[in-house]
Design a protein around this ligand. Structure first.
Ligand code: SF4
Ligand code: SF4
Length: 222
């Protein structure tokens, strides 16, 4: 007979599935420097994310700021897999404090409420605020759900537009990083993942050339 779980077994599964989205009460962790910008990643409006309420991956309606993964993986950057422990346990974000995998009600209750966005985190005087808004206006996250359903069956025009967007997004980032002397480790917070990276899981192969990047669509929807 299996024993009903009623406490955390420290298996690390939840931490390995990804760092939490941050909420209003977590702001102090950032402003106090306990959690630096280099540990954050922004998911811009329209990016695909697993929605635990609906149990499926869908485009998000509002941006989220989360704790980063490690490298290209989503496992939380503060999880110590050798020790099976959280390295910021005493000041972990609110969502981690309420997470009980055996009783997810409290966590589900937080989803989509009081999420921190980049402009909540940056001070009013920060010159990057207007740059972030400009980036979102000029180079928004493309329609990933539609792209995912079409993949290689997209029209040539759509593919060309995506390639243009991916290149312009990269040029914008490169210019801003240089102009504001930004740390590269902060780029994922300020601008989220580059457009080309969002397209790779949907079937885009990236080839670099002297003229920029070329997107090759290899996955058909059939
Ligand atoms: S909350 Fe659940 S999934 Fe997370 S570490 Fe504890 S037992 Fe594992
Ligand atoms: S902050 Fe700590 S508890 Fe929260 S996901 Fe990361 S390692 Fe796990």
């Amino acid at each position: 007979m299996s024993v009903k779980q009623d406490s955390c077994r420290r298996c690390g599964k939840c931490c390995n599935e990804g760092g939490p989205a941050l909420h209003g009460p977590d702001l102090e962790l950032i402003t106090s420097g306990r959690i630096p910008l280099s540990a954050l990643i922004t998911l811009r409006k329209g990016e695909l994310a697993h929605n635990p309420v609906f149990g499926k991956v869908s485009a998000i309606d509002n941006e989220l700021v989360k704790l980063k993964g490690t490298g290209r993986e989503w496992n939380c950057c503060y999880y110590d897999s050798q020790e099976n422990s959280c390295t910021i346990y005493d000041f972990r974000p609110q969502a981690c404090g309420v997470l009980k995998c055996w009783d997810p009600e409290d966590l589900l209750d937080m989803i989509g409420k009081d999420n921190l966005a980049r402009l909540d985190i940056l001070t009013e005087e920060d010159p990057l605020r207007s740059i972030i808004s400009e980036h979102d206006r000029l180079y928004p996250c493309p329609e990933l759900e539609e792209i995912s359903s079409l993949a290689a069956d997209m029209s040539d025009k759509m593919k060309r537009n995506l390639q243009k967007l991916a290149n312009e997004d990269l040029r914008f980032r490169t210019r801003v990083v240089k102009e504001f002397d930004l740390k590269l480790s902060h780029e994922l917070f300020y601008f989220g993942r580059p457009v080309f990276q969002l397209l790779q899981p949907l079937g885009a192969k990236v080839r670099e050339s002297a003229l920029g990047i070329e997107l090759l669509w290899v996955k058909s929807k059939d």
